[in-house]
Design a binder for this molecule. Structure first.
Ligand SMILES: Nc1ncnc2c1ncn2[C@@H]1O[C@H](COP(=O)(O)OP(=O)(O)O)[C@@H](O)[C@H]1O
Ligand SMILES: [Mg+2]
Length: 245
């Protein structure tokens, strides 16, 4: 069994629908901040779904904090995920109720949980959000609620799936700041490379495999160079086809 802080995939094969997303993937994820980059369909969200137990591997094992995600050990459950689409994450009609859920899971009674959630929002200068209906919030505001829900629940491992995608620039800067301040381990997937360029480790996924893995600055530069090359090759092909026609 891996050590107590280990997050590890061992020879994992994942099948979703008709697609084999990962074939025998081995990965250890123990740094405090890890970025996950790569094209659409590369497998970023699928990796997160494996780590939080939403999907089970067809073969192989996923370990979190030394416990098998597929097993009964509660240590593996201290994982929180911020979904790419906030509507997949949010369950309750108001902000306060959504935040209270994380506290109820932690063992508080509903009424107590709601009171604490309200006080927690007030302490952050967001008291006016408590009774807001989720449906009255913009996509970016809903994404922010997802981050707050994750923060108040305080799991040991945070998985953020394209968390910046709908946030305005102040929202992105605030989230960057909060990611830096958080004491937990955080893995962030994003297409906005500047948010992970400074990370000690970034993993570039391509078609379900690790294409490159190393310091953020180096891996982001390699991915950008690859994109420049692919766009140039594509433009050449289009020019050639235009000349034939
Ligand atoms: N709900 C699904 N059912 C079947 N296949 C899926 C589903 N979601 C994603 N896939 C497939 O899994 C692969 C990885 O997708 P995903 O993990 O969502 O990539 P990313 O998050 O990097 O864009 C893609 O080939 C995609 O088509
Ligand atoms: Mg995704």
């Amino acid at each position: 069994m891996p050590g107590d802080r280990a997050v590890r995939l061992e020879d994992v094969t994942l099948v979703r629908g008709r697609t084999t997303v990962f074939r025998g993937l081995d990965l250890e994820l123990n740094e405090a901040r890890i970025g996950l980059i790569g094209d659409n369909g590369a497998g970023k969200s699928s990796l997160f779904r494996l780590l939080c137990g939403l999907d089970a591997p067809r073969s192989g094992r996923v370990w979190i904090n030394g416990a098998d995600v597929g097993g009964a050990d509660h240590r593996a459950r201290s994982v929180g995920m911020m979904f790419q689409n906030p509507d997949e994450q949010i369950i309750f009609p108001t902000v306060e109720e959504e935040l209270a859920l994380g506290l109820e899971v932690g063992g508080l009674q509903r009424r107590q949980a709601r009171e604490q959630a309200r006080a927690w929002l007030q302490a952050r200068g967001l008291g006016h959000w408590a009774e807001r209906a989720i449906t009255s919030l913009s996509q970016g505001q809903r994404q922010h609620v997802c981050w707050l829900a994750l923060t108040i629940a305080a799991p040991r491992l945070l998985l953020l799936d394209e968390p910046f995608a709908s946030l305005d620039l102040p929202g992105q800067a605030l989230l960057d700041h909060e990611i830096r301040q958080a004491s937990q381990q955080i893995i962030v997937s994003t297409h906005l490379l500047n948010h992970v360029r400074g990370f000690e480790r970034v993993i570039w996924l391509a078609e379900g495999a690790v294409r490159a893995d190393g310091p953020g600055a180096e891996i982001c530069a390699a991915y950008e160079a690859d994109i420049v090359q692919r766009v140039a090759a594509h433009a050449l092909r289009i020019d050639a086809e235009a000349n034939v026609a």
